[in-house]
Design a protein around this ligand. Structure first.
Ligand code: 13P
Length: 283
């Protein structure tokens, strides 16, 4: 079989259908591919458990449909996860944060080159739990630009603390997005992912996750905003995700009715049986 000829034919057909773009490392992805991000936060407690979780998911990944799973372990377990998923076409390595300052004298930080050498392809920036402790809008912007310009798929996390009847959350989300991406050159837009994670919906019981119609509304709002900043064609390249108390019981409604391109999963991503059931449920 002539692979390159076949590849070019498939690529041309997908391009015609508006479904094709290339990310780094010659990985091919379609806009319809759903992204599932496992944000392990400060879990698990040991390298052994980290290996067990990811090995079990990896073993079952041949049953996954049109999804791409990104596992974001704590830095200390990047290697453990990387060793297990290195040959996978479905599972990729992500980092929960990055340091983007100059020089090498930054005790306790992890930089771009180190993440690259660990095999990281995706970086989360501006997660609300980091914003609460360390990162203001300026820092989030620097991390976003540093990460995306270095070739990483970059997941910008945004979301309001609470909602009120005046719709102030729209202002909050708009400000966070504009602050971070206003100066982003268009050529990097294909590597931008926006994760909408309202703080009030994180770490809650599953019935307190966002309602699909609320999500649909804010998804339209974010798309409109991106379209105003980059133009409609570029906006289409940006995947929009939702995070906050997603479980195997509510993911379907959230994705389908909420009209998002994927989800960011915290606690449920550490419960292997539930998580695999969730991923297998995505068509
Ligand atoms: P939970 O899924 O545990 O609510 O966490 C969501 C989150 O913060 C993912 O980044």
């Amino acid at each position: 079989m002539n692979f390159s000829k076949n590849f070019l034919e498939i690529k041309a057909a997908l391009e015609k259908a508006g479904l094709f773009f290339i990310v780094h490392d010659d990985i091919i992805a379609c806009m319809s591919t759903k992204l599932i991000i496992a944000n392990w936060k400060m879990n698990p407690k040991s390298a052994k458990t980290a290996r067990e979780i990811v090995a079990s998911i990896n073993k079952q990944s041949k049953n996954f449909g049109d999804v791409r799973l990104i596992v974001c372990p704590p830095f200390i377990f990047l290697d453990e996860v990387s060793n297990i998923i290195s040959l996978s076409k479905k599972i990729f390595l992500g980092a929960q944060d990055v340091f983007v300052g100059q020089g090498v004298s930054h005790t306790g930080e992890i930089g771009i080159d180190q993440l690259k050498s660990a095999g990281v392809k995706y970086i989360l920036v501006g997660h609300s739990e980091r914003r609460a402790l360390f990162d203001n809008d300026e820092i989030v912007k620097a991390k976003m630009l540093g990460s995306i310009k270095s070739g990483f798929k970059t997941i910008l996390c945004v979301g309001e603390k609470e909602r009120n009847e005046h719709g102030d959350h729209y202002h909050e989300v708009k400000r966070q997005i504009e602050d971070a991406i206003m100066k982003l050159p268009k050529k990097f837009v294909g590597n931008l992912i926006i994760a909408y994670e309202p703080i009030w919906a994180i770490g809650r019981p599953e019935n307190e996750a966002i309602k699909p119609d609320q999500l649909r509304e804010i998804t339209i709002f974010i798309k409109r905003l991106l379209s105003d900043i980059f133009g409609a064609k570029e906006m289409e390249k940006v995947k929009i995700l939702y995070g906050g108390s997603v479980t195997k019981n509510n993911f379907k409604e959230i994705i389908e009715k909420g009209n998002v391109d994927g989800i960011l999963v915290g606690r449920e991503s550490l419960k292997v049986k539930n998580f695999v059931e969730l991923i297998e449920g995505i068509e």
